[in-house]
Write a protein that binds this ligand. Structure first.
Ligand code: HQG
Length: 182
């Protein structure tokens, strides 16, 4: 179906624009942008046929607004989730609310109690503004657990926070002293 097709393209774009542009020989600029025409041409050479119209439809209809188009309409980037080296979205640091939430799986909580939250392969630890969103993030990994992060207190200790264009909070490692477990 169309929706299966747009989900498949969204997953492909997430792979290319967050983790592995080299898979199709693409290079992202320092802020994570890819030229749309080049992406489409290179994807086609790797057996992924995406029309410009379909790409814009995927961006507009994406459930989590994962992608952004540049003001000139020529470039695309992922709004968050990156692991690729050499990319910095150049987001402006912002003061977080007192509490933010992190959805994880129950099998990770012992390790998080021990080490705090670490970005793993991604550039940032991802936090949610509300518990319902955090719950759905946690569900991706297993039996969900929602942790509460004392974000403002951590910020007041000098740690930067960023808000992605699609409403995901991004920060560095979260020390366990700032985490409340359920
Ligand atoms: C866990 C989705 C053991 C962490 C979501 C998470 C998000 C630890 C996993 C975005 C740990 C990493 C990112 C520690 C953290 N010991 N495990 N010390 N510290 N972890 O997928 O936050 O649908 O890289 O709890 O909506 O789950 O892709 O991060 O379970 O915004 O657009 O290590 O991905 O968006 O998993 O998700 P991930 P995440 P998309």
């Amino acid at each position: 179906s169309d929706s299966n097709r747009t989900v498949a393209i969204s997953k492909f774009l997430s792979l290319i624009l967050r983790h592995s542009p080299g898979t199709i020989g693409l290079t992202l600029d320092q802020n994570g942008w890819a030229d749309i025409d080049e992406l489409i041409t290179r994807a086609a050479k790797h057996g992924k046929r995406i029309t410009p119209e379909l790409l814009l439809e995927v961006v507009a209809d994406n459930d989590k607004k994962r992608f952004a188009i540049s003001d000139d309409g020529k470039r695309i980037r992922a709004n968050q989730g990156h692991s690729v080296a050499g990319v910095d979205l150049a987001l402006v640091p912002v003061t977080p609310p007192p509490l933010l939430y992190h959805g994880t799986a129950s099998r990770f909580t012992a390790s998080i109690r021990d080490q705090g939250l670490i970005p793993a392969s991604r550039h940032h630890v991802h936090l949610s503004a509300d518990t319902a969103t955090a719950l759905s993030v946690g569900q991706r990994h297993g039996v969900p657990v929602v942790l509460t992060v004392q974000a403002l207190a951590l910020h007041e200790q000098g740690q930067e926070f960023y808000l992605s264009a699609n409403g995901v909070w991004l920060t560095g490692p979260v020390n366990k002293r700032f985490i409340t477990f359920p």
